[in-house]
Design a protein around this ligand. Structure first.
Ligand code: HEM
Length: 309
């Protein structure tokens, strides 16, 4: 059994400790938007998110990792975190990533992977033999990295697919439950950079790019759900649903403003994917439940240090 403190301590020891910042997704920007649910959304879930009335949403885009100065022009993780502010004070939080799978399938495996990547104090680099031994015994930890390597550097926060990775159950007014995995797909399409274009962009272009696109009214995502069929695995963040599952659009998210500075409403929020509205339920994926407590530990530490964006 892995404790949340052990996980956050392991992140700090391997990835570095940057006071005030999120222990993952440190380099980010807060924005606001509006979500409008569709008739298909209402048919699948009784959640008020899908009423068809505009719902205010707090949005945070970020680069993966603990470093608040992470380069924007490398391959790897980008995040879309959302908080839907629903009627009656109800909220729905989620943190989505630009890969259909995560890098570990259980908290124990996550801890082992992070520990295997710990830099040796003498060489300041991970021990390749340890990294290899852990990956050989846990081959699914390599799948996400392979996916990122196969994709171009994202051109914009606004032009990436962001997957929820876990399965969730959607429950409608009749009590019917449909499991699925979701993906936010940019209405304007996916755009990547060639290696030369990425180099020319430099290490920090995503915030300015986002501001320009939002000012031009161009940032919107379809909230799509891939519907699981009986027998599909619903308990693994490293196994996507099989190809070709029917996909329905639950609604559309439009990003309408970007925080002017490093502040915004996101500072004191931890986007805990177990905070779900009535009408949406967690799956048995052990990685899903395992996220809630470490996020709270990270939030507590960064608030205590003086939270930074
Ligand atoms: C046991 C497994 C995991 C641990 C220990 C972990 C840990 C963390 C921590 C400590 C944070 C910063 C929280 C904060 O300070 O508010 C974070 C953020 C984040 N994590 Fe995880 N994580 C795990 C699994 C996952 C998975 C499976 C996903 C896949 C979708 C994911 C996606 C994200 C995203 C998108 C953010 C950024 C949210 C934001 O902008 O605030 N994490 N994670």
């Amino acid at each position: 059994q892995v404790s949340p403190v052990q996980l956050v301590d392991a992140f700090e020891a391997t990835n570095g400790k940057f006071e005030g910042y999120r222990r993952s997704g440190a380099k980010g920007i807060c924005a606001t938007g509006e979500f409008v649910g569709s008739a298909d959304g209402r048919a699948l879930s009784s959640s008020s998110a899908f009423s068809g009335q505009p719902v205010p949403v707090i949005v945070r885009f970020s680069v993966g990792g603990a470093n608040p100065k992470a380069a924007d022009n490398g391959k790897g993780q980008r995040n879309l975190a959302l908080q839907f502010n629903l009627p009656g004070g109800e909220t729905w939080q989620m943190g989505n990533i630009n890969a259909p799978i995560f890098g570990a399938s259980s908290p124990e495996q996550m801890l082992g992977r992070v520990e295997s990547l710990r830099p040796d104090p003498a060489t300041k680099a991970a021990d390749p033999a340890k990294v290899k031994a852990f990956a050989d015994a846990n081959p699914e930890v390599l799948l996400q990295g392979r996916y990122f390597a196969s994709q171009p550097v994202p051109a914009s926060y606004a032009s990436i697919n962001y997957w929820g990775v876990h399965a969730f159950g959607f429950v409608n007014a009749k009590g019917e439950r449909q499991f699925g995995k979701w993906v936010f797909e940019p209405v304007g399409g996916v755009q990547g950079l060639s290696d030369d274009e990425a180099k020319a962009k430099g290490a920090s272009f995503l915030f300015d790019d986002l501001r320009a696109r939002v000012a031009a009214g161009q940032v919107a995502f379809r909230f799509n759900l891939e519907l699981a069929q009986p027998g599909d695995r619903l308990d693994s963040a490293t196994v996507p649903l099989p190809e070709g599952r029917r996909k329905v659009t639950l609604g559309q998210l439009k990003v309408t403003s970007v925080a002017a500075d490093a502040g915004g409403d996101c500072l004191a929020i931890t986007f805990n994917p177990m905070v779900l509205p009535k009408g949406v339920e967690p799956s048995a994926d052990p990685m899903l439940a395992a996220r809630a407590a470490p996020y709270a530990v990270s939030l507590g530490r960064r608030l205590g240090e003086g939270a930074k964006q």
